[in-house]
Design a protein around this ligand. Structure first.
Ligand code: AHG
Ligand code: MN
Ligand code: MN
Length: 342
């Protein structure tokens, strides 16, 4: 069987659709190379001094794991010298990282969650890297303000999941493609193109331990799922929650499902736990490109104008009909508060 490698896929995307100019191709190749290095570190585990916590917290006050920091450094080092980027932003850094003066400045902005699923590192469960690419607006220099663009402006997005296989999944606007790392060759090989998410599903992913803190529309939606074939849905549901968004989204891209991380009343001023620019936007674009939907309960996630770099958001994404249903419950609740949960 003839193999298609990442570079060929990107060259052909440019030839067929003209949306992967050489600078963007270089960027995506460099991100893929960085993901290979992170994958190697992940695989070494206790043999590579990558387990456990570092003595630091990130801007969100979360204790950083050693691998959060290693992955962040790998992505920065790999990307800063190529001339394709103007700056980077990461879940693990408070401010943006502008490409140093000694290197040429390119036209792209790269955002990433260097290591998603940190709580799974030490227990040998799938984790990943999530990335999103924007174009720097015209004008001299680069600032944090340049990053504050809605998800619809992304020109590339993807993730690499480090599981039983290392799989790179990306979109440049022409569907979703998956590449599996061939470890002997050190190359990403195209293994699936035009992924499609089934419109219906019987599988939901949510952290059920937070149930009592959710708002009425989410209580209603999950309550109905839990009633199974005896309830209004008339079918039994299954639940999966890996605790790594990359792994949960990868399952949904593969066989359908709905993923939720809703607002909850413990920290009412926070719209949600997940980060709009490093997690929700790239995953939303992949999901939409595969025929699914992604909302914050009311709005399409990709149309939200970010208020700041580390903005958070509620997330409902996956199989179209389920996301439409839970979004509908939110809209009904806003129209007649208290009634929708009945
Ligand atoms: P991160 O490891 O980058 O901080 O992200 C963790 C996120 C996401 O991957 C996952 O879906 C969710 O947090 C898990 O949250 P719970 O700990 O509430 O299960
Ligand atoms: Mn994450
Ligand atoms: Mn992370």
């Amino acid at each position: 069987m003839k193999k298609t490698y990442l570079t060929r896929y990107l060259v052909e995307q440019e030839r067929d659709h003209g949306h992967v100019p050489p600078g963007l191709r270089l960027l995506l190749e460099v991100v893929a190379r960085a993901c290979k290095r992170i994958s190697l570190a992940v695989n070494k585990g206790p043999l590579g001094d990558v387990m456990g916590s570092a003595d630091s917290a990130n801007v969100q006050g979360e204790i950083q794991k050693k691998l959060d920091i290693i992955a962040n450094e790998v992505l920065i080092e790999a990307n800063e010298w190529g001339g394709h980027l103007a700056a980077m932003a990461s879940e693990e850094m408070e401010g943006i990282h502008v490409v140093p003066n000694r290197y040429p400045q390119g036209e792209y902005l790269l955002l990433f969650d260097p290591l998603d699923g940190s709580s799974n590192i030490d227990v040998n469960v799938s984790i990943g890297t999530i990335f999103s690419v924007l174009v720097k607006p015209e004008g001299a220099g680069v600032s944090e303000q340049d990053f504050l663009q809605a998800g619809v402006k992304q020109v590339a997005a993807g993730y690499c999941v480090f599981g039983p296989q290392t799989t790179l999944v990306m979109t440049v606007g022409d569907g979703v493609a998956a590449f599996t790392l061939d470890r002997e060759q050190g190359s990403f090989v195209l293994t699936q193109e035009h992924l499609r998410i089934p419109e219906d599903t019987k599988e939901f992913a949510v952290n059920m331990s937070n149930q009592r803190h959710w708002a009425a529309p989410v209580q209603r939606y999950i309550g109905e799922c839990l009633q199974g074939r005896d309830g209004p849905r008339g079918k039994d549901f299954n639940m999966r929650w890996v605790g790594s968004m990359v792994a949960d989204v990868h399952r949904i891209l593969t066989r359908g499902g709905i993923f939720m991380y809703p607002w909850d009343q413990r920290e009412p001023e926070k719209p949600g736990k997940l980060r709009l620019m490093y997690e929700a936007n790239p995953m939303s674009w992949l999901i939409e490109q595969a025929g699914g939907l992604a909302t914050d309960g009311k709005r399409r996630i990709m149309e939200i104008e970010p208020s700041h770099l580390h903005a958070r958001v509620s997330v409902f994404l996956g199989s179209r009909n389920e996301v439409e249903r839970v979004t509908g419950y939110h809209r009904a609740e806003s129209a007649a508060p208290g009634q929708a949960a009945a």
